[in-house]
Design a protein around this ligand. Structure first.
Ligand code: HEM
Length: 424
């Protein structure tokens, strides 16, 4: 590679872009080639960034917030600091805050995502999954991604946002992460849908402050930091992050798993016959697919890291997906072993910003896969019509999964509503 202003003084320099069509064709192979040669390397794509693809460098950088910062800043452009290139998203709390400030914000989120809270949501998760499977089960054919809308509707309902807008929330937040910048889908999300939805979210925040209900926004408006009430802007920054974390990631995990289980029918049969194996299998699917492929940091000072000269302001991609395939950490990492244990995967990140929604994500994935396997377990995917996300750099998965299956009976009446006595 010729030396440019961006590559000057950096080494090793590689030809790599996690958002390119070339990488999207086979992200695992693309990362393998990089990791085996250079687990830490510089590329000049997107204005230049370091790519960390080995388990050890990813692990170490993710635990060193003094050097690898998540704070919103202007290095690498305006927008969300934890992705490359930055997307034009509002400030997000707490993912764009470093310690020590970070802690008081994460403390607000922990109680609403803790195992005890998610256990209370079990019936709600079950209700929505049942309803979504009911909607297709009698027909014997469907795009299976319709069922995978469940995480989005649950996140919207849990937060207290109007459920009639759930599809618009899902597609707009999803577009930010999976559409290619400059396309019509991306433009529509950024210029039309997201501003509209921001207005809706802000209206609900104001309404809940005036009159609290049984939802997460009502909880958030009542919180305090530094002995003062949390402002509406701060509540918005948390809610917007919960939406972007909640709507796409679990859908990506389940869509990848559904297609893979069709392609590996002996494992599908094993899980149908032994549903108790599903919990551990989900950890393996998280490792293998890494629904959030990688996230970014910014270097805070000139430093040598794993022999590489990093400079203040350099952008760095931590590839959770590549760390999850490192032979130094996992035996046969390119194979799915649904009984793999221990499984110290990085799919939920590492360090203080480790996913706040992991318990909810796991619970939704478990219920979705359980019902798909139990109620439509003989599904046949039309592989020739499968449609992947346009790029797989941040979130990977399937946009469309046309399938047929033996029709079955509904469980709930067609007009069933979420039981009123179940509370968040
Ligand atoms: C399979 C599902 C999911 C995956 C793979 C996933 C992945 C991740 C990853 C890799 C991070 C680390 C961010 C970083 O280090 O910069 C993260 C953070 C986060 N996730 Fe998730 N996530 C999932 C589900 C969810 C759900 C369902 C929610 C919320 C409803 C959520 C909310 C969050 C939040 C709030 C953070 C930021 C935590 C912080 O900064 O302290 N996630 N997630």
């Amino acid at each position: 590679m010729t030396e440019t202003a961006a590559t000057q003084g950096r080494c090793p320099v590689v030809h790599f872009d996690h958002n390119s069509a070339e990488h999207s064709k086979d992200p695992a192979a693309s990362y393998r080639a990089l990791r085996e040669e250079h687990p830490v390397a510089w590329t000049d794509a997107h204005g230049g960034y370091w790519v960390l693809s080995g388990y050890k460098p990813v692990f170490e950088a993710a635990r060193d917030d003094d050097t690898f910062s998540s704070e919103r800043n202007s290095y690498g452009g305006e927008g969300l600091s934890v992705v490359i290139p930055k997307t034009p998203a509002p400030f997000h709390i707490p993912i764009e805050i470093d310690p020590p400030n970070f802690r008081k914000w994460r403390k607000l989120i922990n109680p609403i995502t803790a195992p005890a809270h998610v256990a209370r949501m079990e019936e709600i998760v079950k209700f929505f999954v049942t309803k979504f499977v009911d909607d297709i089960i009698e027909s014997g054919e469907a795009d299976m991604t319709s069922v995978i809308g469940v995480p989005a509707i649950i996140t919207v309902d849990w937060l207290g946002l109007p459920i009639e807008h759930w599809e618009r929330y899902a597609s707009a937040f999803h577009a930010l992460l999976v559409e290619v910048q400059g396309t019509e889908g991306f433009r529509k999300a950024v210029e039309e849908d997201l501003p509209f939805l921001e207005g809706v979210t802000r209206q609900i925040i104001a309404a809940r402050r005036a009159e609290p209900q049984d939802d997460i926004i009502s909880y958030l408006v009542k919180q305090e930091v530094d002995e003062r009430p949390v402002t509406d802007d701060e509540v918005f920054a948390i809610v917007d992050l919960l939406l972007s974390g909640g709507v796409g990631t679990t859908a990506s995990l389940v869509s990848n798993t559904v297609v893979w289980l069709y392609q590996n029918q002996e494992v599908r049969q094993d899980l149908i016959e032994h549903p108790e194996k599903l919990q551990r299998a989900i950890e393996e699917f998280l490792r293998f697919f890494s629904p959030t492929q990688g996230l970014a940091r910014t270097v805070t000072k000139d430093v040598e890291f794993e022999g590489c000269p990093m400079q203040k302001g350099d952008r760095v991609l931590l590839s959770w997906a590549s760390a999850n395939r490192d032979t130094e950490q996992f035996e046969n990492p390119d194979e799915v072993d649904i009984e793999r244990w221990p499984n110290r995967h990085t799919a939920f990140g590492i360090g203080i910003h480790r996913c706040a929604g992991s318990n909810l994500g796991r619970a939704m994935a478990h219920e979705l896969l359980s019902q798909i396997l139990a109620r439509m377990g003989d599904y046949v995917v039309d592989e020739s019509a499968l449609e992947a996300y346009p790029h797989q750099g941040t979130n990977n998965g399937w946009k469309s999964i046309p399938a047929t299956f033996t029709p079955g009976p509904r469980v709930l009446p067609a007009d069933a509503r979420k039981p009123a006595d179940i509370r968040y």
